[in-house]
Design a protein. Structure first.
Length: 276
């Protein structure tokens, strides 16, 4: 029995190690390429450890494009979008989870249906609407839609809220608390893991978004990092070390955020509310 369990654990570890190597190899190649000279990128056989190490590629990246400006634009759009998405989605999710009104389930299923709708279907109508409003060429098309919430975040938070015992809300109502007080003082503090999970997902989507900034931002001074790096590849040939360096710097905030928030993230995904 013990030997069988040992073999099973060994197989699991081997599978995990192979999977980790499979997923980490592209990242390792990105780090290696960011430190290579241009002529070493496609050398045969591949040179995983660059000699010499070209730390100057990162300095070149800062001078070839206004990297810090693009970084500031990305941070600005991401912070506001995450804040608005999570705040509006939390309110909507509370309504679907705790408030009773006619057509609640139908409206919730209609909301879920929007999750399977390809974004390309609404892309042209949205662009025409924002163009009529005079918002094209500004950050508004990237930020204002966040005020309407995210269907995924609403679904995630609603599932969490439904697991919170109704006795807590009923007791607060007996004590004279309004729905807003119940939501802000009781439900929100209990749903921190779910809020952190929704925030992390939305942060990743917004931080790495390429299509929307490409369509709506017509002034290169407003470009985000994703669009700025694409412009670098289109204006310079054989700029792979700079592209990989920019991609690495763009990936670091996501890696660091998940590293420090992984416990909360896993808790928000795996739990459905209160225990006990």
């Amino acid at each position: 029995m013990g030997s069988r369990r040992a073999w099973r654990n060994a197989i699991i570890y081997v599978v995990l190690i192979v999977g980790a190597v499979f997923f980490l190899t592209p990242f390792a190649w990105m780090v290696s390429t960011s430190l290579k000279a241009d002529e070493q990128v496609f050398s045969i056989p591949p040179q995983w450890i660059p000699i010499p190490v070209m730390w100057s590629n990162y300095q070149r990246l800062l001078t070839e494009i206004p990297f810090l400006r693009y970084l500031g634009n990305t941070v600005f759009v991401t912070v506001l979008s995450v804040t608005f998405y999570v705040a509006s989605s939390a309110v909507v999710a509370y309504g679907f989870a705790k408030l009773r009104f006619p057509g609640r389930e139908v409206l919730f299923y209609c909301l879920l249906a929007t999750m399977v709708l390809p974004p390309q279907v609404t892309l042209i109508p949205q662009f025409v609407m924002f163009q009529k409003l005079g918002w094209v060429g500004t950050f508004l098309p990237l930020i204002v839609p966040a005020l309407t919430g995210s269907a995924f975040a609403v679904f995630l938070l609603r599932q969490f809220y439904t697991a919170i015992p109704g006795d807590i809300s009923d007791s607060a109502r007996i004590d004279g608390a309004s729905e807003w007080q119940i939501f802000s003082r009781i439900v929100l503090p209990l749903s921190r893991p779910a809020l952190a999970t929704a925030s992390l997902f939305i942060f990743i989507w917004t931080w790495t978004d390429f299509l929307n900034p490409l369509i709506y931002l017509t002034d290169d001074r407003l470009y985000t990092l994703a669009v700025g790096l694409q412009q670098l590849s289109s204006t310079r040939a054989a700029a792979w070390p700079l592209l990989m360096g920019g991609s690495l710097l763009m990936s670091l905030p996501i890696i660091v955020l998940f590293f420090f928030a992984q416990k909360t993230f896993i808790e928000g995904v795996s739990t459905g509310g209160l225990k006990g």
